[in-house]
Design a protein around this ligand. Structure first.
Ligand code: ADP
Ligand code: ZN
Ligand code: ZN
Length: 731
């Protein structure tokens, strides 16, 4: 070893950088700095500087040291990413066939969090000092400062009920001194026994089981409980147990619009609000949560799927609520399922993972049935209310007149509900006014210029919108093809059109559209959710957003405008998804007081999904779906990967997809389907072709795909190849 010689004291390290390259790069460590695997650093990369992390594995000692660049900054106050998190990043990259650096990028999402927060000025009492003259305002300040802690000037003025000039006066007299204090004090800790509900016997058994499961290390438990059965209260007890064991807990939720109500419920149980993590939080809060999670000051996070990549110091529990929800799947960049990766994270670190749903995914249902997952069932509502009574409306002979979308029997039921002072919800999973606009004179249809999709009319915004790329154009005065005026007709309904019909039918009712695309964003949505919750609306028209876990206590009637909508796709998951969506949305009715009713408008009253919903025979549905999947070798009995080739030139993309298919390594276990033009053949100006790889469950699909894509023809000329393991949709 030559390390004692001063000339050779320079060391090198592997650094993973947040770009799509297959492995870590080698950098020099600046003299006097020490780094360990996980240390967060800044390094030069081409013309720019990026944030990365020192990674495991030997640096490449064969590189000429003269050619190596040096780490430019070491973030010394941020704890290194721990072993488990680094293993998790590598695992996710390996599983998704993504670049580890791109997975790491999801961890290092808050650059600002890497520097300590700047202190803010505050004031503190100087011991024994007294003002020359005591006024009642000064007295209140002195009283407020009794405990000797530092305060911000404005905080103190507010708490003591004085103007800030009073405080300035006391500083001048050397009664108070100006100090610097941390910008945000650590958040208060959840109180384990703040307010526990009396659990029903089924809830009690489930919560005891979860508490018990901590002794086993890694485990997965499914809470399969009907809508309103009190699953949240059950997993709150698991959170309490994690906290009791000095571990942090993470709750993954599919939708931010839900978090508002959830935060309040958490506060009722634990006396404090949990930290939130999702795309809508401010950069400042984002850094605070990141830092707090890393330091251990933050004990419970509730967040969207990306919170799985937070650098928890001592994570000991993950809850995935509404585990069946497709929002847990990220489709772009690194396509991953947050539910499945939560299970992996729990496995790596040896802690329990809890999945909760009223309509579990077929995968989780099978895993529970086979005993791979623990299972607790909550077959009744916690309030004792009965489940809603469901009816089909056969649109072939009970449908509405032309140009109307609500059948007479549904209108009748809404009328009764409204007369009784109760809420109705009309569900249609289609934003906007009409999904298609055409010209009556020449038949011209409005299509997106960049996608193979119709433009959707949004009447409130007076625009035609592409729901795939966001392209918008004003609704024209005349047909662009034949120049006729007043010739455009809207075909089919979206929520806005249903709202119009409702206003016609019930002019006295307070109606509200809940749809994610209305102006005002998430803030408005949260407000409106609350309005509904408090009974401030009579008839609600909503998209799938309303199907997600929200609790509307006054809701009695749910009408599904088009129950067949999701069944039309040739998608292997269409039946499962439709079943889940419709069971969830109708399950919103009568959650607290019972007496809920649901109506499904359908042209396929005999479809197995509709029949299973009507007979409330969930098990029949799961059994039929499981048998069908087993017979077809579909997940969870087989494995799937989608390979999507896209490019600006159609012929070129198609030829490349064909060449790729020809290069597929022969293996009798593997079936390759395609290439076929994707259902969404053109998106944002890119032509898309799909290949689908099917293999048995035990097959090492990742190695196979890696070998295939590594040895096959390379994409050129703007072509892109995206691999999606366990695809959730097939567009
Ligand atoms: P789920 O998540 O299973 O749909 P929730 O946890 O949201 O159900 O509970 C549904 C409703 O029942 C909520 O209003 C909740 O406060 C209430 N609830 C749950 N458990 C109990 C209980 N043990 N006693 C009284 N009310 C309960
Ligand atoms: Zn025309
Ligand atoms: Zn488009």
């Amino acid at each position: 070893m030559l390390f004692d010689e001063p000339d050779f004291q320079e060391t090198i390290a592997s650094v993973l950088v947040p770009v799509a390259v297959p492995r870590a790069y080698t950098y020099k460590v600046p003299p006097g700095k020490t780094v360990v695997p996980g240390t967060i650093v800044r390094v030069p990369l081409g013309p720019r500087e990026v944030i990365g992390a020192v990674w495991d594995g030997e640096p490449d000692a064969a590189i000429n040291p003269a050619k190596l660049k040096s780490i430019t900054h070491v973030y010394e106050t941020t704890p290194p990413l721990d072993d488990d998190l680094r293993r998790f990043v590598d695992w996710v990259a390996n599983w998704t066939l993504g670049a580890p650096g791109m997975v790491l990028r999801m961890v290092l999402r808050s650059e600002e969090a890497l520097e300590p927060e700047a202190p803010v000025p505050g004031v503190r009492r100087i011991e024994d000092a007294q003002p020359d003259r005591m006024t009642s305002a000064r007295h209140r300040v002195m009283e407020t400062m009794e405990d000797g802690f530092a305060w911000t000037r404005s905080g103190l003025a507010h708490a003591a009920g004085v103007s800030s000039s009073v405080i300035d006066g006391l500083i001048k007299q050397n009664v108070l001194e100006v100090v610097s204090m941390p910008a945000s004090p650590p958040p208060p800790k959840p109180q384990l026994d703040y307010a526990q509900k009396d659990l029903t016997p089924a809830q009690q058994a489930a919560s005891e089981g979860l508490v018990e499961s901590f002794k086993k290390g890694a485990s997965v438990t499914l809470i399969d409980g009907v809508t309103g059965s009190g699953k949240t209260e059950v997993y709150f007890e698991a959170i309490a147990e994690a906290l009791r064991r000095d571990r942090q807990a993470l709750v993954l939720l599919p939708e931010i619009a839900l978090t508002e109500q959830f935060l309040r419920r958490f506060e009722q149980r634990f006396g404090v609000f949990p930290a939130e993590w999702h795309s809508e939080i401010t950069p400042k809060n984002r850094s605070r949560v990141w830092r707090g999670v890393a330091s251990g000051d933050v004990r419970v996070v509730i967040g969207a799927r990306s919170s799985l990549f937070l650098p928890f110091r001592e994570l000991g529990l993950i809850i995935v609520d509404e585990e069946h929800d497709a929002a847990f799947k990220q489709d772009d960049r690194v396509p991953y399922s947050a539910r499945d990766m939560a299970v992996v994270r729990g496995h790596i670190s040896g802690f329990p993972v809890v999945l909760a749903s009223a309509t579990p995914s077929v995968e989780s249902h099978v895993n529970a049935e086979l005993g791979r997952y623990g299972l607790y069932e909550l077959p009744h509502r916690a309030s004792g209310a009965d489940l809603p009574e469901l009816n089909a409306i056969d649109m072939r002979n009970e449908g509405p007149e032309r140009g109307r979308w609500l059948a007479p029997s549904l209108v009748h039921a809404i009328k009764d509900t409204f007369a009784a002072g109760e809420q109705s919800l009309l569900f249609l999973n289609r934003r906007g006014y009409a999904p298609l606009t055409l010209c009556r004179t020449c038949g011209h249809r409005f299509q997106c210029a960049h996608c193979s999709a119709w433009l959707v009319e949004h009447r409130f915004q007076k625009k035609l919108v592409c729901h795939h790329c966001g392209h918008t154009e004003p609704v024209p005065q005349a047909c662009p093809s034949c120049q006729s005026t007043n010739s455009l007709v809207a075909c089919g309904p979206g929520v806005e059109r249903i709202a119009e019909e409702v206003s016609d039918l019930f002019p006295q009712a307070r109606t509200l559209i809940l749809s994610s695309d209305l102006p005002g964003g998430p803030e408005r949505l949260k407000r409106e959710m609350k309005t509904v919750e408090e009974g401030g609306a009579d008839i609600i028209i909503g998209t799938q957003l309303v199907a997600k876990g929200h609790n509307f206590p006054k809701l009695k009637l749910v009408g599904v405008v088009d129950a067949d909508l999701g069944l039309a796709h040739g998608d292997p998951r269409a039946a499962e998804k439709t079943f889940q969506l419709l069971a969830q949305v109708t399950g919103r009715a009568g959650r607290v007081t019972g007496g809920g009713k649901g109506f499904l408008q359908t042209y396929n009253a005999d479809h197995p999904v509709i029949r299973a919903l009507l007979s409330s025979d969930r098990n029949a549905f799961y059994k039929a779906e499981t048998d069908a999947r087993r017979a077809a070798g579909l997940p969870p009995f087989g494995r799937l990967a989608a390979v999507v080739v896209s490019g600006p030139d159609k012929i070129f993309a198609e030829n490349y997809a064909r060449a790729l298919a020809r290069a597929v390594p022969a293996d009798e276990a593997v079936t390759l389907l395609g290439p076929a033009e994707a259902a969404l053949a053109l998106v944002r100006g890119r032509h898309r072709y799909r290949l689908l790889v099917m293999a048995p469950r035990q097959f090492d699909l990742q190695s196979y795909l890696r070998h295939w894509l590594g040895s096959g023809p390379k994409p050129t000329k703007g072509l892109r190849v995206q691999v999606d393991i366990d695809p959730q949709h097939f567009m």
